[in-house]
Design a protein around this ligand. Structure first.
Ligand code: MN
Length: 228
């Protein structure tokens, strides 16, 4: 192909126990998927279709990488989340068949400019500046699971500078993985390479320069990094 400028590199993540990498197509995120987090944000849980937003594929920061403190914000928050990596896609995928789309899992941070998010909510503006900035998505190396989803008792946690900030069992999700993917696939045709952040538990809080974070999806993946 003869491009007029050099084409951008394909963003990717390492795969545990393999020299191969997982290429990233898009990053979807669900909002308000743990009741205690919705409560701490002052949001009400409405029945029906979950709320989704996106992050750019090139916002990924690898395990062990540095996250530059982002511009404009004065309230930069962590949200620890399980991340799904899809090996297959589809539109209108029924929940009963959705687990089979999941090639692997990891743990990630849905980093958020919380002050800009609050302004966007107040003005009815989009969330892009709050959620979809550069370096907004640190994600661990992926663990291949081939549809065998982590059990409900699996613990998702985050510590900052050695002190625990967030901890939950996956069973507390309001929309479980099959229903997240079923709902997402009604809105977008999903494809291999898509990643899905599955929501954060309560305990979101500010990060500052020099902070070191350690996230875990127990038994599956760990993620370490630093705010610089
Ligand atoms: Mn989130």
């Amino acid at each position: 192909m003869d491009y007029v400028i050099a084409p951008p590199a394909v963003p990717s993540l390492p795969v545990q126990g393999s020299p191969q990498r997982f290429p990233i197509r898009r990053i979807f995120c669900i909002g308000r998927n743990y009741a205690e987090h919705a409560k701490e944000m002052g949001a009400t849980i409405e029945p029906g279709r979950p709320m989704f937003f996106c992050k750019p594929a090139d916002g990924v920061v690898a395990d062990g990488g540095d996250v530059p403190y982002p511009s404009v914000t004065h309230d930069f928050h962590h949200e620890v989340e399980m991340v799904l990596a899809l090996g297959a896609g589809g539109a209108n995928v029924p929940a009963e068949r959705a687990a089979a789309l999941v090639w692997g899992v990891g743990v990630g941070l849905d980093l958020t400019r919380r002050d800009l998010q609050a302004q966007a909510k107040a003005k009815g503006h989009p969330w892009d500046a709050a959620k979809a900035f550069d370096h907004c998505a640190p994600i661990s190396a992926l663990r291949r699971i081939d549809g065998a989803l982590p059990p409900a008792a699996t613990v998702l946690s985050l510590s900052v500078n050695g002190a625990e900030r967030q901890r939950v069992q996956l069973g507390a999700m309001l929309h479980d993985v099959p229903h997240i993917l079923a709902a997402l696939s009604e809105l977008f045709e999903l494809h291999a390479g898509d990643l899905v952040f599955t929501g954060t538990p309560s305990g979101v809080a500010p990060l500052v320069r020099g902070d070191r974070y350690h996230a875990e999806l127990a038994g599956y993946a760990t993620l370490d990094g630093r705010i610089v």
